[in-house]
Design a protein around this ligand. Sequence first.
Ligand SMILES: Cc1ncc(C[n+]2csc(CCOP(=O)(O)OP(=O)(O)O)c2C)c(N)n1
Ligand code: SF4
Ligand SMILES: [Mg+2]
Length: 285
Amino acid sequence: MDIADFKSDDEIAWCPGCGDYGILTAVKQTLVKLGRPPKDILLVSGIGQAAKLPHYVRTNCFNGLHGRALPAAAGAKIANRELTVLVTTGDGDCYGEGGNHFIHNIRRNLDMTVVVHDNQIYGLTKGQASPTTDAGMVTKVQTEGVILEPIRPLEIAIALGAGFVARGYSADGDHLSWLILEGIRHKGFALIDVLQPCVSFNKKNTYEWYSKRVYKVNDDSSYNPNDRNAAFSKAAEWGDRIPIGIIYRAERESYEDKSGIGARPPLVGENIDDIDVREILKEFV
Ligand SMILES: Cc1ncc(C[n+]2csc(CCOP(=O)(O)OP(=O)(O)O)c2C)c(N)n1
Ligand code: SF4
Ligand SMILES: [Mg+2]
């Protein structure tokens, strides 16, 4: 596989300098390393700037409703578990509107990888606070500054039993691509929250702001991502220093194994030659 195999003809509609470009390149590089043809990959998204990413990669794509990427991805994975399912979603899409699906799909633990473009803002709708916006930040809607504390997606994911919890940075493409590949190789729900500068609407969490703070947690050989308590502390770190890398990793029984569907042929493989739905449909006429 070559990066050209994943080139889409769609025109990219992101602002020049947006962190989403770095994520797009990292996703394509990961797919090249994975070595599976485009027909075996499904990119799923909801609505937002982040959710446009599947349009820019030549694979299967499902672009659903705001906040509803995860149930669509879950359905597709259950129907055809041979697919590599990658969800690209925003902080609003995944942790706000789709927060309920985030919680229950971590519990479900289907084998899928979720890449959250976390720009700490609603980008597409022009700059309202999202669930991860830092407290105090002034926006056109939160004119006195955000009064709520941000939610902590990595801590939530660890608490809910996710087996792969990571943070990347869109400006470090090689590192991000490594994280996405590790997430895909993990058997179960993998979360990769990506620090992604929005150059148009988030004037606080800029490239300069993130670059001064991020450090790679896995460079420190004394850090053990299998240690849940250590992972909680690491996930809570947010301030002058922000850890990126694999924060937590553990083996978990996947939904496919727990439910037994993994032992049966996938739904898409069922022989339907003898089924004529016309008789059934007559009931609804
Ligand atoms: C049900 C529903 N609620 C609200 C909206 C409006 N809406 C579209 S995108 C969006 C927020 C996008 O923010 P995020 O998910 O962080 O993505 P970004 O654009 O920042 O990448 C909102 C509120 C919608 N389309 N549908
Ligand atoms: S508004 Fe922000 S997130 Fe959206 S394309 Fe522009 S820079 Fe990127
Ligand atoms: Mg956002």
